[in-house]
Design a protein around this ligand. Sequence first.
Ligand code: KG4
Ligand code: ZN
Length: 360
Amino acid sequence: MPNYILTIESSCDETAAAVIGDDGVVYADALATQEKLHALYGGVVPELASRAHCQRINPILDLTLKKAQERIPGFTFNQLSAIAVANAPGLAGSLLVGLTAAKTLAVVFDKPLIAVDHLQAHLYAAQLYANSQAREAGLVPISVFPCVGLIVSGGHSTLYECKSPIDFVTLGSTIDDAAGEAFDKVAAMLGLPYPGGPSIQKAAVDGNPKAYNFTRSLLNDPSRLDFSFSGLKTAVRYELVGPGERDFPDLSQQPQRRADLAASFQAAVVDCLAGKAVLALKKTGYKTLCVGGGVAANKVLRERLERESKNKRFKLYIPPLKLCTDNAVMGAVAWEMYRADRFADLSLDIVPGLRRVGRQ
Ligand code: KG4
Ligand code: ZN
């Protein structure tokens, strides 16, 4: 019989939990998104996110238990080997809700606690994807590590040297906005709904990616593996309004202009992400690229990286869309922590900001 871990995720605006076996099987998985709640404001409002997590965490844990019992008759949290929770990085008020729930369960059921790094979890989704691909093909799963990891989400745009699933070295990061944040802000300028990534992707379908030659900051600097999207955001803004002006034109009356702006912006982001990811592979000598985070759902980015992987002969793992955005299944990385004896105790705290490990 397998052993089980409960994973809890609440780092941003998704409340999620899962029961995952050491056989790699997901026995239960529940998720509540707050997308509609924040859509009104065009971005995640931390205080609202925290309150919504408080309302949702217990129902999500109940649902996870119920789903697990459907697969494992008589299952209770007493059978868990550990309780894992994403404690970093993320919004402080959001992380705290998951952490408090995890600690409470750890005390009540007398179970060890495991601290999951949300970004390591995002990249572990690529390993889960590789495992499922191997299983479908009747092959033994292979490790995607060591690899270059690219995390592109609402809060992060970071390249890592991933020596193992739980040992990362930061190679480069955004020096200002994250890619997802730029998608969300530019979508708002174009009068497109939140979340901006899917809206821009949709609007860009009818657009010309070469209509506007937007800046690709830092792309031509081979000495750096960093990103910068703030100048690109400003470039889009200045296409629409002059410096200091606040009244953006109503682009619903100019669909072609909106589509061209969306496509040209998206092309600039994709060029920067793909260009630096390829440079990171060259610099590290690794032959595998794993991509994670919400922006990894972007169709143009996925197609571009697929092409690069064929041309430059590296292996590419980008998980399916459901595993790219926040979820608790990627918390399966906790089993790697478990096997490496990396447990936390009840003094475990949240680390909202990025832990920049061994920056080169
Ligand atoms: O990883 P994630 O779900 O949450 C965190 O930030 O941790 O990422 C959310 C971000 C948002 O900025 C959203 O606009 C972006 O991912 N996103 C996309 C797409 N789908 C979601 N960006 C570009 N294209 C997409 N298809
Ligand atoms: Zn995330």
